[in-house]
Design a protein around this ligand. Structure first.
Ligand code: MN
Length: 260
């Protein structure tokens, strides 16, 4: 199995090295990752300038390349460079990617780019506190998750979050509770006003969601899909407010086309 590894924390993140160590138990590994941190870049791609890459011998024994681009760029370029890729892994991100946070995630975007290319993508994330994650504790759990997911080839895009000291693994959905974005003003040393964008932690969780699993100390494994269509809303507006070409937007058929 040929496994392409990317991340959004940059090629020298200890999370990427941990993921590569586990992936090497499952197949041949190629690392193609951003040369600097690209967290919260979402699914941006670079289209206004060419990309370049350089070999990174510090990641030996792994074959590794650093790219002056985004996480999604790295997967697109890596898949092109390597020709045949069986699986794309992203992470292990230093910081969780759960709930609505996945909209901003560069870690998940790298896995999502794999799904866009018709490949399989799996994103891994773990919280960070004042100390680095204990990857020696997490690596056997990453291996367990890969054992589980390699045997489920119909899952094209999966988001995995690991608590600091996992007690088990569970299947989850995305927490869709809203959070309030915090805009926090500060002044720089010259008295100029600057702003931090941050997220307000939520109280309470919905059982069965990614946020809930993490609070329970469980590894959260969420199957995702690329189709953002609100099929219930589409069926309702087609019924209640039919437009000019009623045969054009067939909800059920659209699902088949986008899921395939
Ligand atoms: Mn990150």
């Amino acid at each position: 199995m040929r496994i392409l590894i990317a991340n959004d924390d940059g090629i020298y993140s200890p999370g990427l090295a941990a993921l590569a160590r586990v992936a090497a138990e499952f197949g041949e590994v190629l690392i193609v990752a951003p040369d600097v941190e690209q967290s919260s870049m979402g699914h941006a791609i670079t289209h206004s300038r060419p990309l370049s890459y350089r070999h990174s011998p510090l990641l030996a024994p792994f074959d590794a390349y650093r790219v002056n681009g985004t996480p999604a760029d790295c997967v697109a370029l890596g898949a092109f460079m390597w020709g045949h890729v069986d699986l794309v892994l992203s992470g292990i991100n230093l910081g969780p990617n759960i709930g609505h946070g996945i909209w901003h995630s560069g870690t998940l975007a790298a896995a999502k780019q794999a799904a866009l290319l018709g490949l399989r993508g799996i994103a891994f994330s773990t919280p960070t506190g004042r100390t680095e994650p204990d990857f020696a504790v997490l690596e056997p759990w990453v291996a367990r998750v890969l054992d589980l997911l390699v045997a489920q080839p119909e899952l094209h895009l999966v988001n995995v979050n690991l608590p600091p000291d996992p007690k088990g693994i569970c299947w989850t959905s995305v927490s869709v509770r809203h959070y309030d974005g915090i805009v926090s003003p500060i002044d720089d040393p010259y008295g100029r006003r600057l702003h931090w964008l941050a997220v307000k932690p939520l109280e309470g969780t919905e059982p069965g969601t990614d946020r809930w699993a993490m609070q329970q100390g469980q590894v959260s494994v969420t199957p995702l899909r690329l189709d953002l269509t609100d099929h219930a809303a589409l069926a309702r507006v087609q019924r209640e407010s039919p437009l000019d070409a009623p045969g054009m937007a067939r909800g059920a058929d659209a699902v088949d086309e986008t899921e395939g």
